[in-house]
Design a protein around this ligand. Structure first.
Ligand code: G3P
Ligand code: MG
Length: 241
């Protein structure tokens, strides 16, 4: 079972910062996950929330600020004074961190609250420009964005993010269409997911920080977990799988 560092190595470093991504490059894990929003001036930035309130020294919506305005805030001190001075990274800066590694990159398109018109196209253009198509999986809770992604770039893997317990998950995945299912942890253990696993469709699960839950997912055949503690999970899975 593969490990993805969730928002970078976010259990030990401030989430979605270059520091968290550099830490992930140090680990022999399969991949890294991070979240993308669009600024007021159309730049792609890596941050989880729609606002910068929780993870920076500032306040306000990402969509209402230019990149230059966003870059004036500190995105490290909220986590620890050791990380003071971390800035909000652009998608380009994050992809550059992984340019010479073999990590797979799960880019989560955060257009489920604000639609961020044109974001999918911009993300795909950047991935292609940096020649990363084969190392990327796009995902979103906005399944319309996944449909758009598959229309624009059918060769790039795309996954539907789901919190709910689905009744006919295979029919749903095919209707989008998506290549994979990224499921909230408790839903991944429900019987209806067996049909997805049995036909060989990739299921990855978030967010798994407890070793016993990782073991349960390994036992049912989940392909990967997203975890805030990739180093701890790596040690556990190396011993137990
Ligand atoms: O992509 C997996 C996971 O990151 C989805 O939830 O809220 O942590 O972005 P969230
Ligand atoms: Mg995410």
């Amino acid at each position: 079972m593969d490990i993805y560092a969730h928002r970078g190595s976010s259990g030990t470093h401030p989430e979605n910062t270059i520091a968290a991504f550099i830490e992930a490059t140090r680990l022999p894990i399969h991949g890294v996950e991070f979240d993308v929003h669009l600024t007021k001036d159309g730049e792609l930035v890596v941050i989880h929330d729609e606002t910068i309130d929780r993870t920076s020294s500032g306040t306000g919506f990402v969509k209402d600020m230019t990149l230059a305005e966003l870059q004036s805030f500190d995105f490290g001190s909220w986590f620890s004074s050791e990380f003071k001075g971390q800035k909000i990274p652009t998608l380009h800066e994050v992809l550059q961190v992984f340019a010479d590694t073999t990590h797979h990159l799960n880019i989560e398109l955060k257009s489920d609250i604000f639609p961020y018109d044109g974001m999918v196209k911009k993300v795909i253009a950047l991935i292609s420009e940096m020649d990363l198509d084969s190392r990327v999986v796009l995902s979103s809770f906005d399944h319309g964005a996944i449909r758009t992604a598959k229309q624009l770039a059918p060769h790039i893997e795309a996954a539907a993010l789901v919190m709910e317990v689905l009744v006919e998950p295979l029919d749903y995945i095919h209707a989008i269409p998506a290549d994979a299912l990224h499921l909230f942890f408790p839903a991944a253990l429900r019987p209806s997911i067996r049909q997805v696993l049995e036909v060989g469709t990739t299921v990855r699960t978030f967010t798994v920080n407890e070793e016993q839950y990782a073991q349960a997912l390994l036992d049912v055949g989940v392909a990967a977990i997203f975890t805030d503690f990739p180093e701890k999970m790596l040690t556990y899975l190396n011993k137990n799988s």
